[in-house]
Design a protein around this ligand. Structure first.
Ligand SMILES: Cc1ncc(COP(=O)(O)O)c(C=O)c1O
Length: 421
């Protein structure tokens, strides 16, 4: 039997080499992401290996996805067992894993009576569903934040502020206004305009794609006050920050981020399935939970038993192994170790738990990320001046220290970093 992944002979390249795979990628995969930085063939714990046998410490975790790292035995076993028992049913039917996952998520979010869950396959779909919920309030104005990222499907894109993502696809669904990030006066003015027209405020408790940006103290509290006062929904996009990433199950449960605010809707994905695609919308309380009625929304794969089993296993391991406490510990250690370097290229470090940004003193983040890759570390230049780290939640202090040592060895001026290459 032929090996389905074995490459055809590529002139001048060893079959199965990174270069050969990259060529095949270029001619078969749509060019929306650019060429792959490496072709990865396997992973274990916090490490991955490329097609040429090189090992990398994965400090990006598939962009905040691989909560348990790679090839975690409990997750692998749960997914295999579920696929071997019942792999998929339509939403005409329920399954024990789907129901148990909905219950677990309601427990973890301390959901009030009447709360319900809707399952999706990704973050953008979770936000799409949440946006549809806001329409069911009978109002159509939604306030979102500049710098916010909510996904690439048309509805989620309408909530995403970056012009380069939006403009090629306009017209987008209407009704969304973008407020300057963290500006309470602008928020109050937007409500004062026509308070009865605001269906929802939609935001990330900690902006991920914008470079791990914290809202100023008091902002979220004011959002909650105004939304409550005017009957609007507060939707928190926790696609990136949820499921233990910041050291709490949900970032808003950390008082330093969420300020004790209770949202109406929370969207999740990324870390939820530990690497298996699954998303969810948590509708907290009777009102939010009843916005979408029968027949008003749906998805074939949402609530798939295998995806639900993956999420249950991920949650189970995080709980069993006390991983939330480790996230707090290793995250704090990493941030303080990077700060303690006093490296001239490091301006500051921000974030919560294991969602971290290292702000640089010069726009060389892409250069540093490329050097890091060559040195065996996967990091993300989330902006020209910032590196984002969102490693597996099982990262150890010792593993984090190897990256700190890499940073320590960077040239102390920005000149050589560009000239060296
Ligand atoms: C906060 C936030 N919301 C939504 C999304 C979109 O999720 P997905 O890529 O699973 O569609 C992302 C992805 O980066 C995100 O960070």
């Amino acid at each position: 039997m032929s090996d389905l992944t074995s490459p055809p002979t590529t002139v001048g390249q060893a079959p199965g080499s990174g270069a050969a795979w990259t060529d095949r990628y270029r001619s078969a995969v749509m060019d929306t992401f650019g060429p792959p930085q490496r072709v990865l063939v396997r992973g274990e714990g916090a490490y991955v290996w490329d097609a040429d046998g090189r090992r990398y410490l994965d400090l990006l975790g598939g962009i905040a996805v691989n909560a348990l790292g790679h090839a975690h035995p409990t997750l692998t076993a749960a997914v295999s067992a579920q696929l071997g028992t019942l792999g998929h049913v339509s939403n005409f039917f329920g399954s024990p894993t789907q129901i148990a996952l909905a219950e677990r998520l309601l427990e973890l979010s301390s959901a009030p009576e009447g709360s319900r869950v809707f399952f999706t396959n990704s973050g953008t779909e979770a936000n799409e569903a949440a946006l549809k919920m806001t329409r069911r309030t009978g109002r159509s104005r939604v306030l979102a934040l500049e710098g916010g990222f909510h996904g690439r499907t048309m509805g989620a894109l309408s909530l995403t502020s970056k012009a380069a993502y939006r403009e090629p696809f306009e017209p987008l669904p209407g009704g969304v206004s973008f407020l300057p990030f963290g500006d309470v006066d602008a928020l109050e003015a937007a409500f004062a305009d026509d308070p009865g027209s605001v269906a929802a405020v939609f935001l990330e408790p900690l902006q991920g794609e914008a470079g791990v940006r914290h809202l100023p103290a008091g902002y979220l509290t004011r959002v909650r006050e105004l939304t409550t006062e005017h009957g609007a929904l507060l939707v928190l996009d926790e696609v990136q920050t949820g499921m233990g990433r910041t050291g709490s199950w949900f970032a808003h449960q950390d008082p330093t981020i969420g300020e004790g605010v209770v949202p109406d809707v929370v969207t999740l994905a990324k870390g939820l399935g530990g690497g298996f695609p699954v998303g969810a919308v948590l509708a907290l309380g009777e009102r939010a939970a009843s916005l979408l009625g029968r027949g008003q929304h749906g998805t074939t794969f949402g609530g798939n038993p295998v995806a639900a089993a993956a999420a249950l296993a991920t949650i189970g391991v995080i709980e069993r192994d006390g991983i939330l406490a480790d996230v707090m510990d290793v995250g704090a250690h990493l941030r303080s170790a990077v700060e303690a370097l006093g490296h001239p290229l490091v301006a500051s470090v921000r974030g919560a738990g294991l969602l971290v940004a290292v702000e640089l003193t010069a726009p060389v983040a892409a250069e540093v990320a490329s050097r890091a890759l060559d040195a065996g570390f996967i990091v993300n230049p989330v902006s020209p001046t910032a590196l984002r780290l969102a490693p597996p939640l099982i990262l150890t202090r010792e593993q984090a220290d190897t990256f700190v040592a890499f940073l320590a060895d960077l040239p102390t001026t920005t000149g050589p970093i560009e000239e060296d290459r």
